[in-house]
Structures are given as C-alpha cells and as structure tokens.
Design a protein around this ligand. Sequence first.
Ligand SMILES: NC(=O)c1ccc[n+]([C@@H]2O[C@H](COP(=O)([O-])OP(=O)(O)OC[C@H]3O[C@@H](n4cnc5c(N)ncnc54)[C@H](O)[C@@H]3O)[C@@H](O)[C@H]2O)c1
Ligand SMILES: [Zn+2]
Ligand SMILES: [Zn+2]
Length: 343
Amino acid sequence: MKALVYHGPGKRALEEKPKPKIKNSTDAIIRITKTTICGTDLHIMKGDVPEVIEGLILGHEGVGVIEEVGQGVSNFKVGNKVLISCITSCGSCEACKKGMYSHCETGGWILGHMIDGTQAEYVRIPHADNSLHHVPDGVNEEAIVMLSDILPTGFECGVLKGQIKPGDTVAIVGAGPIGLATLLTAQFYSPAEIIMVDLDKNRLNIAESFGATKLVTGNAVEKILKLTDGKGVDVAIEAVGVSSTFDICQFIVAAGGHIANIGVHGKSVELHLEKLWSRNITITTRLVDTITTPMLLKTILSGKLKPEKLITHRFAIKEIMKAYDTFGNAAKQKALKIILTNK
Ligand SMILES: NC(=O)c1ccc[n+]([C@@H]2O[C@H](COP(=O)([O-])OP(=O)(O)OC[C@H]3O[C@@H](n4cnc5c(N)ncnc54)[C@H](O)[C@@H]3O)[C@@H](O)[C@H]2O)c1
Ligand SMILES: [Zn+2]
Ligand SMILES: [Zn+2]
C-alpha cells in the first residue's frame, strides 16, 4: 500500500509499505477513505516531537471502512463505515475510567506518533471498540474527518477548559484549524465577543465569516486592552504553541479569567506571576481526550455545526507530498484543512 513515511526532520516520502495486519485481538484494520494533515504533523516534520522514529507512517485523523476485526472486537463489523479518533483508548484503565483517554495506559496519542498512522491506504487501530465511532449513512464524510482531532481539541482544550459562559468576552490567539474549531464550538455557549488574533489576514477574514466579532493582527495586547476598556478578556485561548502567543494570553486575561492553553509547546514559556499572582485567574492545559466526539457528531448530524467550512483543498492520497507542500505553505496557499481521498 502507499503511505507517507517520516524520515527524520524535514524528510518525508510517499512509499510502498506492507498492508497492516491484526496484532492483538482488540485491533481493527481500516481501509482509509479520507484523511488529512494536522498542524502537529508539521511540528513532527520540524523535529519538535523527537520521539517519532524514522520509518513511521504519519497521520492521526481519518474516516474509513472496516476491512478486518480481531476476535475481541464487538462493536464493529467488516464493512462498517467508521471515524478514527486521534486518541486510542482501552476504556478500562484508571485514566480511561476517569474520562482521560489521552493518558490511557496502553493508548493515548499513539497514531502517527508511536505507531503507524492514517496517512496511508490502510491503518491498524488498537482498542478498536473504544477508539472508533460509527459514521451514519448519508453524512458528509469530509465534515466527519474534522471530528478526529480538531473539533474535540478546540472544544475540550479551549472551550471547556476555558469555561466559556454566555456573555463572556473571549480571545482566541491563533486562527489555524484548531483556533477556528475553537471559534465554531465556543458559540455553543453564546459568548458576547469573540476576538480572533492572527498574523494572517486571510485566516482572520475566514474567522469573521465563522462568527468572530473582532479581528486583531499585530500589537495584540494593546489592541485587546483597548477593545475591552482596559479590563481584558474573560477567557484567553492559546492556539499556536509558541511563547509569544502564551504571553499575549497572560497580558490580556481579565481578573477572575481563564487562560486555556491548546498549543503544543516545544520550548519553555515565562510565567508572569509578578502580574498574575493577585488576578484570581486559572491557567489550564490539556491533551485532547476525544470524549466529546459523540456529542459533537450529533451537532454535525443536526446541522448545527458545519465543519466542512474548514476544508480548502482536496487531493488524492497519492498526491500527499504535494498536499504537505500546500499545507506547509498555508498562508500563501490560503490553506486550512486539506482532504486526501483514497479511491
Ligand atoms: N492540546 C492538544 O491536544 C492539541 C491537539 C491538536 C493540535 N494542537 C496544537 O494546537 C496548535 C494549533 O494547531 P493548528 O493546526 O491550528 O496550527 P497552525 O500552525 O495551522 O495555526 C497556527 C496559527 O497561529 C498563527 N500564528 C503564528 N504565530 C502567531 C503570533 N505570533 N501571533 C498570532 N498568531 C500567530 C499562524 O498564522 C496560524 O494561523 C498547534 O501547536 C498544534 O500542535 C494541540
Ligand atoms: Zn492533530
Ligand atoms: Zn485506557
């Protein structure tokens, strides 16, 4: 089968790889129908995620059809259409019982990280019963791909951790797919203002069409304090993963507010306790657990959430090298989410 293989920082290739086989009775083999590329894959390509070994197939998002199941799989049968969660979970260890699938003792974020991922014609999914979701017939498959990672990430790590409430003023720093997924799901809670911050004007214009009420580019701290009469925002969400954007959040959070970090940070950040110690604020971090995926699926089925709006480009899976070039040059290419189809 064809697969996108990581060969160390800056090096990747589309290669012929053996089709995966069942290893454990709880595994399923999925024939991928649609997959995509994540900002985290670009972090891997830069060498920011050093545990990824050379020779690994990347990708942790996708939908497909069950090709084969192990004897221990009871929820899925050959031929079922499924959504693959970016988080693999057994459902029965201590972390899973707490709903913290991201820290499953035999799972977590392993796809395209510790084991071969979804940017291929086939993938092996461990703990299939708890790590896959049925996709009802007639749903837009491309919209469903957005449920593998970006929607639960924006919702769980940004909206839920930030405790967005009706009437809140929210700032989302970073209008990439994750920041935009946060923007879409933040609106479940009717905040009064959602201020989007980015350097890329095209992404900010998209954010406006998705419901952002104010757009900020450059001098973000000064501009946001001015927009809020010097008070700052109730919820500041970091959706980039660098120290300067975490700093913005620290300087714009209002007294009693929340800073919800989503970004994957490769370097340390400075904690400004000299400003924050008296401000009654809460800072949170989270790796997505994907426990809200079934709820988010319902909002797509009902038409309340339309994540297909995030898709800007489409390629065949065999064109994945070109797709990476496009996604890696997102500002110039005006790229958000890219759908790769396996025909
Ligand atoms: N916590 C989790 O579980 C989890 C899951 C998935 C992704 N992530 C992380 O979330 C982050 C966002 O992901 P993405 O796919 O949207 O990434 P992305 O790179 O597509 O988007 C980041 C956006 O930030 C903007 N940006 C960069 N520097 C900026 C600055 N100084 N000021 C304002 N804007 C700036 C960029 O223009 C871009 O639009 C990444 O760090 C990713 O690894 C975390
Ligand atoms: Zn991802
Ligand atoms: Zn577990």
